[in-house]
Design a protein. Sequence first.
Length: 182
Amino acid sequence: MAINLYNGFVNTKNGESYKCISSTEESFKIEWRVQPSEHLPFEHIHLNQDEIIHVKKGELALMLNGKASVIKAGNTITIKKGEKHLAFNYSDEMLECEIEYIPGLDSYQFFQCFGGLVIDNSVGKEGKVSIPKMCYFAKKMNAKALTRPSGIPGPLFNFILSFFYGIGVMFGWKRFYKKYAI
């Protein structure tokens, strides 16, 4: 059965949680909660979407195009597609944000795969999901809502997606894709 993102999910390793607020082709909105001293796994860019972050509680420490800033509760920041960014919660309190991706594209399906890995505990010690499986899912679904590590050039990233897609085919990862997103 496919993952219902409106029910939300929690990463038991790092306490990070996600819950879908709305999903259309024009916009995908999620509630995102981050425990103190946690951060996203790597600096990245969104290839086809702008990301709007509304900080509801706490402080979002953000590295955007090499410049550090702090976004406090009640404020909003827009990250344009292609801009390098990395988010942190350095404060002593829970960070709560509403994140909107514009356009929505296939974000719901992409997050279903991400959420499925989290729910099935297919994560490392620090709670980071299986990158090989996410690469497989992205290639399998021909994802438009694609996030790429900023330090990896596009052609190399495409090769990596194809490589892990091949690995996933050999190891039968389609069963996970069907479980999470279909």
